[in-house]
Design a binder for this molecule. Structure first.
Ligand code: NIG
Ligand code: FE
Length: 411
């Protein structure tokens, strides 16, 4: 399968040798080529250049991108896309005055989704999740991380991860999986958290490792969920199975999770809506990617991650959706990019870097995804005719995508 895109108004994120991540001032730069072409061969970006220097092209499909911008497909490094049912009643309860935490204390929240998921067959769960996956591919996402964590029993956690694995086999989008058994304390273990941690470490982890169902390990490190000590225990145990940490920290409280995650060489620390100076210091001189989830802040009306401050401190930043039924029922990376510009004061260049190359880094994919680089996976967004790339976050409510190419094929 060969495909040639020609007359591209502007080709974004063109990197001859791609960096694995971008930090601080580097994020302000978005290298582009005007009036460009890209040649795709068997799912790989084989070559690109400007129209004045294009060799003869014959015998394969050509797309004329006149007036359109082409960029790498979004890399969404944090999602809970595999889930059962929805929680719109909790959304209404919040409008009527209950807080997210109060709903969780009354048996809603994560354990509510877990109950639904445990009662849903693997086949049904697959179909419900596939609908969402198809939607986000149309919205320009070419690689996504998917977590477990709505199972909370060995059987249901394995079911979630098997569904994610099957999705990755059936669809061209790149999928990375994360074991998030420590997402909430299940009702049966309400007064026996250590009992649940034992189950997680002694039963869930070995089975997941044996079936090779996850590459990453996550913990919801938060007051009322899992403490820093719990997280450290789980990450140490995960390390025995070569699971790389990517953790939920600082969503509502700063309790020292960031420094602990950095100590455990976490690939990413995600949420960070509440960030104190010590947290920022812990991230300096580390290889850990801070990940902001602005649609979650939008939906829950909680503070936005101080992305401006993080970048100005010389740190990298990635953007992801957090797609899940409770705090972010949206997998739209275009909205994430726009919201990062509008609410976190990222420039369009910074937001696009955060949602492509840095997102790829946050799921261990920056060697193959996130930029227009020879040899990388051909995951591309072709926009509708637009005046400039700044128009993408500016027109935040409109779908400016004309076509999406994933693994070299139009979806
Ligand atoms: O990332 N914060 C923890 N987990 C999810 C939301 C869980 C839920 O409400 O279902 C999140 O926001
Ligand atoms: Fe999350």
């Amino acid at each position: 399968m060969k495909l040639l895109l020609i007359n591209i108004k502007e080709l974004l994120q063109v990197r001859e040798t791609a960096p694995i991540k971008l930090s601080g001032m580097e994020m302000k730069e978005l290298p582009t080529l005007k009036n460009a072409w890209v040649f795709i061969n068997h799912g790989i970006i084989e070559d690109y250049g400007t129209m004045d220097k294009m060799g003869p092209h014959q015998g394969f499909k050509t797309i004329d991108c006149h007036g359109k911008i082409v960029l790498p497909a979004w890399c969404d490094s944090h999602s809970h896309l595999v889930y059962a049912g929805n929680r719109e009643q909790e959304f209404v309860d919040r409008i009527n005055g209950l807080s997210y935490q109060e709903i969780a204390e009354n048996g809603g929240g994560i354990v509510n989704s877990a109950k639904k998921l445990q009662q849903t067959s693997e086949e049904d769960l697959y179909h419900q999740s596939a609908v969402r996956l198809e939607e986000i591919m149309q919205l320009g996402t070419g690689a996504i991380e998917i977590k477990s964590g709505y199972g909370l029993t060995t059987e249901a956690e394995l079911k979630m991860l098997r569904v994610a694995k099957k999705l990755s086999e059936e669809y061209p989008i790149t999928i990375k999986t994360t074991f998030l058994g420590a997402h909430a304390i299940p009702a049966e273990y309400k007064n026996n958290k250590d009992g649940y941690l034992d189950l997680l470490c002694n039963e869930m982890l070995p089975k997941i490792a044996k079936e090779k169902l996850a590459e990453f390990i996550d913990v919801f490190c938060e007051e009322g969920y899992f403490s820093v000590a719990d997280m450290e225990r789980i990450l140490s145990e995960g390390k025995k199975y070569n699971l790389i940490p990517k953790v939920h920290v600082n969503q509502f409280n700063s309790i020292g999770g960031i420094a602990a995650a950095v100590k455990h060489n976490a690939l990413s620390v995600d949420h960070l809506e509440v960030l104190i100076d010590e947290d920022l210091e812990a991230l300096k001189n580390s290889e850990t990617m801070p990940v902001a989830l602005p649609s979650c802040s939008y939906f829950l009306s909680i503070p936005y991650t101080p992305g401006r401050k993080i970048i100005d401190a010389g740190l990298p930043l990635a953007l992801a959706t957090d797609y899940n039924p409770g705090s972010t029922p949206s997998g739209n990376m275009n909205f994430v990019v726009a919201t990062a510009c509008i609410k976190m004061r990222l420039t369009p260049e910074e937001a696009i870097n955060a949602a492509t190359i840095n997102g790829a880094y946050a799921m261990g994919l920056s060697k193959t995804h996130g930029s227009i680089t020879k040899g990388k996976t051909a995951n591309l967004i072709i926009t509708k005719p637009i005046p400039s790339y700044g128009y993408l976050p500016y027109a935040f409510g409109s779908n400016m995508i004309d076509a999406v190419i994933i693994n070299g094929t139009e979806v």
